[in-house]
Design a protein around this ligand. Sequence first.
Ligand code: NAD
Length: 395
Amino acid sequence: MIIKPKVRGFVCVTAHPGGCAAHVDEWISYVKSRGSIPHGPRKALVIGASTGYGLASRISAAFGSGAATLGIFFERPSEDGRTATPGWYNSIGFTKAARAAGLYAKNVNGDAFSDEIKAQALETIRNDIGQVDLVVYSLASPRRTHPRTGAVHKSVLKPVGSAYTNKTVDTDKGIVSSVTIEPANEQEIADTVAVMGGEDWEMWMNTLADAGLLAPGAQSVAYSYIGPAVTWAIYKNGTIGLAKNDLERAAKNIDSLLRARVGGKAFISVNKGLVTQASSAIPVVPLYISILFKIMKARGLHEGCIEQMQRLFATQMYAAAGPRFDEAGRIRLDDLELRPEVQASVARIWPDVTTENLATLTDIAGYRSEFLKLFGFGMAGIDYAAEAEPHVAML
Ligand code: NAD
């Protein structure tokens, strides 16, 4: 079939298999161009490995340090007349490239919150690679079926306490408007913490530790975001921020567990705001990211997922001097984003942005091309007018 982008609001319902593979190759080339990461991970379990920060972590581990990787993700295969999700094609592209380079790579596609998928992952580690020395927890999900209670929790992106009004952009139509979001109720807050908080990460780490599958010195990392004051009501101080606080609580427990059991450690890395499927769903944030990209590119400070994760491994987690933590024990990869001069420029532009000047005051073009790349579109060297085979089996 001829596969073209079909954008519906903040999602694209098609993905291009060859384009996704080319995108993965671009990230692999970047990591290789940075040279090897000495003393990096040898055997990594990446939970949420098919897109965004998780995929970038997997590529950095494999192509930066020659790590064996087991990837866990929840992606939909193709159906008649319908392409698979991009993470499906990305994972096939990654696995082919890793195996061609002589690296172990296996995948488990299914619900990481479930006991079944955890058991499948543990079995694969036990049989194939023995133990893991790195666990990356990079899930972004709208819902979680709790494995003990069977309850289905749905996360919401809402402010807490009072309604929040700010500018937002429809990135597809290029329309800037004002949005008011009513505050979450107690149930919605609890549900969001249940989905995006740290309980599931703790379940994974306890299960792995109890099964003896963590190598001596094993590390685990999960990702968070803080961002600037203009987004705090919807992010840092909103429902998702409360879930991230719970992730930080879990990091402390997991850190104690790893120290006691295998002499390892666990922490949070606070990453930069970037275009991913998860972030494009948050009101206000895409407008902020479009302005941020304009400013960071102009100053030569721009990074994408792969630059961030390569930097995390090379200059923090596996640096000879070890990671540098902030006062709350977190790694900060949002250092460039939060530079005062960058944020002062964002704050200057923010009030002036309108539908009419969106293209000049912000990097909405860069936002859109990054968004389309997530689905394998706009990649050089791909003939999008040619027939493409959407049905590709998972490896
Ligand atoms: P993403 O949407 O690109 O990736 C989410 C991953 O989770 C995919 O691999 C998907 O398959 C997997 N997944 C979702 N539900 C699953 C389930 N039930 N079982 C198994 N796998 C499942 O998201 P992302 O933006 O890379 O986010 C990853 C983490 O990074 C999140 O914790 C997010 O909050 C954090 N983060 C994101 C940003 C940003 O700007 N995008 C910034 C800082 C931190």
